[in-house]
Design a protein around this ligand. Structure first.
Ligand SMILES: [Zn+2]
Length: 322
């Protein structure tokens, strides 16, 4: 009964959210969106270590005037869809929840929006897998999968509020990395935060203060409310697993990153060190006593599904008590 109730209330909330889009329509559109195009082979997390000055990206491309028209989607078998907030342009943020055990394990895709659309595809692939293989989740675990932590950035590239069909025939996806205020949502958390943040050799906005963006606030509050055993962020594309830590190495995060990374066959790193990353989500979580790590997919198209299924399975089984 409780699960049914949650499910219906989730759908009701989505309908309510759809009714809120009129106010989003009247909001002025942001103008500070970067448009620089990196070389296709350059990874998200692999920056120059030469110490070159970060260069600001040109703020000249407005986001499309298309407003959010979220519609309720039915939950897949064995899952509950839980809305937990909205984006700047009014698109819903949702988590797919499986099982109801006391250990909460959370995966987050798409914090860099359409620029890393394959992390969203991976999240939906995992949702489909666990919907049809509920026995793969230990009884003592609640599994949360948040497919798209930056739905406005996703929309800019995929023209979709939810699932979409890859491959995405877009080459310049960099603006889709940011939210509708032009902020990098993985530079907006309160660990070594800086307004002038760095991504590779470019300067990007970390927001006007830590947690200045409503997507960040909604995700932070959702994560804290679960008291999770671990939070995993899917990014692309640096081909590796990076443990979080603030200001230095966080050993519980390293342990869990190693379990996932070794099972998945990704190189495992104690920290990301190619260039300074400020305001990182996982780093901040470790200051709250929550272990976290980032999985960087191999490229910007593949979901590396066999690898990530192995990593997911190993991590779930690590917490298995039955
Ligand atoms: Zn990323």
């Amino acid at each position: 009964m409780m699960r049914q109730g949650l499910k219906f209330s989730g759908i009701f909330l989505l309908i309510l959210l759809a009714g809120c889009t009129a106010s989003a329509m009247s909001s002025p559109l942001p103008t500070q969106v970067a448009t620089a195009v990196p070389p296709a082979s350059t990874a998200d997390y692999t920056g120059s270590s030469s110490g070159a000055l970060a260069m600001p990206l040109p703020p000249d491309q407005a986001l499309p005037t298309e407003t959010a028209t979220p519609t309720a989607v039915p939950a897949p078998p064995n899952a509950i869809i839980q809305p937990f907030g909205t984006s700047v342009q009014g698109r819903p943020l949702v988590a797919y929840r499986f099982n109801d055990g006391p250990q909460h394990i959370i995966f987050v895709g798409g914090i860099h929006g359409g620029y890393e659309w394959n992390t969203i595809t991976l999240a939906y692939e995992a949702i489909d897998y666990f919907s049809t293989h509920p026995e793969a989740i230990p009884k003592n675990v609640t599994l949360h999968i948040i497919p798209s932590a930056n739905p406005d950035g996703q929309y800019l590239v995929t023209q979709s509020n939810g699932r979409f069909t890859p491959p995405i025939a877009v080459t310049d996806t960099v603006p889709g990395r940011f939210n509708a205020n032009g902020v990098d949502l993985n530079r907006n958390w309160d660990c070594e935060w800086a307004e002038a943040a760095v991504w590779r050799e470019s300067q990007v906005s970390g927001g006007t203060r830590p947690f200045s963006e409503k997507e960040t606030v909604a995700l932070r509050d959702y994560l804290l409310a679960q008291t999770p055993a671990v939070v995993v962020f899917w990014h692309s594309a640096a081909n590796g697993v990076f443990a979080a830590g603030c200001p230095t190495t966080d050993l519980p995060s390293v342990t869990l990153a190693t379990i996932y990374g070794q099972a998945a066959g990704y190189p495992v790193h104690q920290r990301f060190s190619s260039y300074p990353v400020t305001g990182d989500a996982g780093d901040w979580l470790t200051t709250q006593g929550i272990p976290s790590f980032t999985v960087e997919l191999i490229n910007h198209e593949s979901t590396d599904w066999p690898q990530n299924m192995a990593g997911l399975t190993a991590l779930l089984n690590y917490f298995r008590s039955d």
